[in-house]
Ligand binder design. Structure first.
Ligand SMILES: [Zn+2]
Length: 321
């Protein structure tokens, strides 16, 4: 059941479940399961949710339902799993799929094909898939599954809705979600935002900057600047970046006062460390600095000036007691 992943894969779960419930499925999904050991089980749970109507009627009994059992046994004609028998997925396998799906469905419902380890498609197979993706049929859903998204053709990635599964490791998903809620009001925008990899990268960059700065101060000014340039590129990114820095020091302040509910819950070790390094006064000064820079940026401060000024004033905050 996809419901089994409600917590461990909270965001992908919500996104996919809603698209089935609201009948707004995409024609093609790319599920990136790197570092999540149960990733393919998750994919198959999603397939069953798409195909099996019993998921809503007899809910928890679905593991015993005829349709789901046939999917597990590989006997359900409207679900096809393509995988490599050796090192590559060949064009012939894609052609066979297209032929069998060109016939009328025996089950009369949605049809799904899953390409397992789709990075193993050779060039001819990829081209054949691309053609298939370019002419979507209403009732056919493609699910590409990979543990290695970076080796896929960008033309394929761009035709799919990309779903990144949470790692088994602690991952910055909660922070991305909190981040989204600052800048988006509509549910669809939030979903789009949290699945945009550049946003979680921005959080990583902000964390690297703060961690480096707090541990080394301005000893290596050039390196601090370099870290800053990762975050503050365009004006729009800078507004996001500065609000991320601001939220971090707000967490540090909350920690000082023993309050919970952190924006960066996953980085609690760092929040604790930085709280120990900074007096209350320093934290308040840094928060005030971020507020000021945020409004300066809104009223047109040049981005390069912002970086220089921010760094100098961070240093000044640390000179006070
Ligand atoms: Zn079922």
């Amino acid at each position: 059941m996809l419901d089994d992943y409600m917590e461990s894969q909270d965001i992908p779960y919500t996104l996919l479940k809603n698209s089935v419930v609201n009948n707004k499925l995409s024609h093609a999904y790319l599920i990136d399961g790197s570092n999540y050991e149960k990733a393919f089980d998750f994919v198959m749970a999603f397939v069953k949710l798409i195909v099996c109507n019993n998921h809503y009627s007899n809910n928890n009994l679905c593991s015993q339902c005829n349709i789901c059992k046939r999917i597990d046994d590989g006997n359900y004609t409207d679900v096809k799993i393509i995988e490599s028998d050796s090192l590559v997925i060949k064009k012939e396998q894609l052609m066979d799929l297209q032929n069998s799906f060109s016939l009328t469905s025996l089950e009369g419902n949605k049809r799904v094909y899953v390409i397992k380890d789709c990075e193993k498609m050779n060039k001819q197979a990829s081209n054949s898939l691309l053609k298939f993706l370019e002419e979507p049929c209403d009732n056919i859903i493609a699910i590409l599954f990979t543990n290695n998204v970076s080796s896929l053709l960008s033309t394929i990635i761009s035709r799919c809705q990309v779903i990144k599964l949470n790692n088994n490791k602690v991952f910055n998903n909660k922070a991305v979600y909190n981040f989204a809620s600052i800048f988006c009001s509509k549910k669809e925008d939030i979903d789009f935002f949290v699945n945009d990899e550049s946003k979680s990268k921005m959080i990583d960059d902000v964390i690297s900057f703060i961690k480096y700065y707090e541990e080394n101060g301005l000893d290596s000014l050039i390196y601090v600047k370099k870290l800053c340039y990762n975050i503050f590129s365009s004006r729009e990114d800078s507004l996001m970046g500065i609000s991320l820095v601001l939220n971090f020091y707000n967490d540090v302040l909350r920690y000082k006062f023993g309050l919970g509910n952190y924006f960066y819950q996953e980085y609690i070790y760092l929040i604790e460390d930085i709280s120990n390094r900074n007096s209350l006064n320093k934290i308040l000064n840094k928060i005030e600095l971020c507020y000021n820079k945020y409004s300066d940026l809104k009223y047109n401060l040049n981005v390069n000036l912002l970086i220089d000024d921010l760094i100098i004033r961070m240093g000044e905050c640390d000179e006070c007691s």
